[in-house]
Design a protein around this ligand. Structure first.
Ligand SMILES: [Zn+2]
Length: 347
């Protein structure tokens, strides 16, 4: 019965000339751009409400199918550099919507615009960001504003794998068979659905202004990634032409350190980063560079120090070992990186 209703709803939407007319590729492309996040994977919601990951790019065609109700998409919030283009506060208690309305008012008082979406058990409060922003900054900003029973997406500062996903608005929830609208409050603070078909609602949502990250949070990402490096940063003056070209092994050598020291950093990293004759190149770790790219070569590779360090980013002010290089490059945890390297993943 529920399935029948869903089918009727879908065919109604697809047969609606206004919906078709509004289904412009421009709108869907704009949505895709505004979502940002992981471009190489998405998820499809199953009938039980859980998700199946698809290792393929999200496309405007898939977004159109989502709006038409033919499938329901989950979106991976974080991109490959652990940045996101939106944040969502999820409340799935009975009074979830009221909690989110209260939070929406607190944020609005601080000049932070949000969009409220109903959900199966409560609601989602969406917040657009003006540009891809490190999740660590977004979380440092918004987490203190959310009470403990509200869930903030992105859920992680850095993703191991693809990180968490969220169901995209305006589609059909596979478990309830229902769509949930965006809501706006009237003069007496009563909530009403944003009118029109899903395309009209999408246009409304995409027109909502983006929030601006407070300036003091710019430094957050500069300090925290240090914790991701298992070895201390190398000395800033280390040079590729340094006389101690061959490092000696410390008395107790870990397998990872031994693996690092057995390899030529210039040759190995040189397969991933274009290096000049001084071992300098553009830093492959975009998240600590303006707009996610190192425009002036700030990355330098040099012979191993005894601790195994062999590269340094002058913009970041940090460096690490060959192992750190791959862990950061692949954006995986230490265990996964080591497993891959043991199977020749560096080649
Ligand atoms: Zn860098």
């Amino acid at each position: 019965m529920e399935r029948e209703r869903r089918m009727q709803q879908c065919s109604h939407e697809e047969g609606n000339p206004r919906a078709r007319q509004a289904s412009t590729p421009v709108l869907l492309t704009r949505w895709l751009e505004r979502l940002g996040g992981r471009r190489t994977a998405y998820a499809i919601q199953r009938a039980d409400g859980r998700y199946r990951c698809v290792h393929a790019p999200l496309t405007p065609t898939l977004l159109a199918a989502h709006l038409a109700g033919r499938l329901t998409l989950g979106h991976y919030v974080l991109d490959e550099q652990d940045c996101c283009c939106y944040a969502v506060v999820d409340a799935d208690q009975l009074d979830g919507l009221q909690r989110l309305v209260a939070l929406q008012q607190v944020l609005a008082a601080q000049g932070i615009p949000t969009s409220l979406e109903a959900s199966r058990r409560g609601g989602h409060l969406w917040l657009w960001l003006a540009q891809p922003t490190p999740a660590i900054q977004v979380r440092a900003w918004l987490r203190p504003l959310c009470s403990p029973n509200l869930e903030l997406y992105p859920k992680q500062d850095t993703a191991s794998g693809y990180g968490s996903l969220i169901r995209l608005p305006l589609g059909v929830h596979r478990r309830s068979g229902r769509r949930y609208p965006f809501l706006v409050a009237d003069g007496s603070q009563r909530l009403h659905p944003v009118g029109g078909n899903v395309y009209t609602q999408l246009s409304w949502w995409l027109e909502q202004p983006a929030a601006v990250l407070p300036a003091h949070l710019d430094s957050v990402a500069q300090t925290r990634p240090e914790a991701r490096l298992p070895t201390p940063p190398v000395h800033a003056q280390a040079s590729y032409s340094s006389p101690h070209a061959r490092a000696t092994l410390p008395a107790r050598t870990s397998p990872i350190l031994a693996w690092c020291l057995a390899r030529d950093p210039l040759a190995v990293i040189g397969r991933y980063v274009l290096l000049d004759q001084h071992g300098r190149g553009r830093c492959p770790f975009g998240w600590h560079h303006h707009n996610g790219q190192d425009r002036h070569p700030s990355f330098k590779v040099f012979p191993h120090t005894p601790a195994g360090n062999c590269w340094y980013c002058y913009t970041w002010g940090r460096g690490g070992s060959l192992f750190d290089f791959f862990r950061l490059l692949w954006q995986v945890d230490a265990r996964t990186a080591w497993q891959r390297l043991q199977h020749g993943g560096e080649r």
